[in-house]
Design a protein around this ligand. Structure first.
Ligand code: C5P
Ligand code: MG
Length: 202
């Protein structure tokens, strides 16, 4: 039988994780991965690794996009995710949290056409004011080239213009699970676990 996608829905369970910059996607995914055995793949981390890889032909492009808060061309991000997923599946892992993806409609369409169909998308919802506070705190230690006020403003704008349409698209398919994220990380986590268990056997 011909294979249309890299992985079938029986082989892998994919949860996308979206939300504005600084909302706490990484923190919550790390926690979930520890407690429930998810593989946590962060699109931004994969891009930063590729950017830093000696000899990468995409290093400069990725670095510019990240600083400017722009979305890296989907081919690059999807190839990185596909390789990372294959490595995890080879180790017997089947449950994925894909953090910070899909940030743009073309990423959503291409990934689901070629790699795997998602179960649903977690949308971490939060005011810009709270996200800004969290990012400014993170900037004291993160060393990230985009944790500065100019880049943060651009990232907020890209989130509204480019990523919200992805959330609207999945909402129309009843595939959005919204998590309010203004409370403490412990309170957010407890709610997150309850909401995931409504949709998936953990
Ligand atoms: O998710 P994170 O904040 O780590 O992403 C950092 C940057 O990586 C984004 O602002 C964007 O430039 C790039 N990125 C992307 N496509 C994704 C995820 C991240 O272009 N799906
Ligand atoms: Mg992150």
């Amino acid at each position: 039988m011909q294979r249309y996608r890299t992985f079938t829905r029986d082989e892998v369970k994919v949860i996308f994780v979206l939300g504005g910059p600084g909302v706490g996607k990484g923190t919550q995914c790390t926690h979930l991965a520890q407690d429930y055995g998810f593989s946590h793949l962060c699109a931004g981390d994969l891009l930063r690794e590729e950017q830093a890889r000696p000899g990468s032909e995409f290093g400069e492009l990725i670095s510019t996009c990240i600083r400017e808060g722009k979305i890296v061309p989907q081919e690059i991000t999807i190839a990185l995710l596909k390789n990372a997923m294959k490595d995890e599946v080879a180790k017997g892992r089947t449950k994925f949290l894909i953090d910070g993806f899909p940030r743009k409609m073309d990423q959503a369409i291409k990934f689901e056409e070629e790699i795997a169909v998602s179960e649903f998308t977690l949308y971490f919802e939060c005011s810009e004011e709270v996200m800004l506070q969290r990012l400014m705190k993170r900037s004291e230690t993160s060393g990230r080239a985009d944790d500065n006020i100019e880049s943060i403003r651009k990232r907020f704008k890209t989130f509204i213009d480019t990523s919200m349409p992805v959330i609207d698209y999945y909402r129309g398919m009843n595939k959005i699970v919204t998590i309010p994220c203004e409370k403490t990380k412990e309170e957010v986590y407890d709610l997150l676990v309850v909401k995931i268990k409504d949709r998936l056997t953990l």
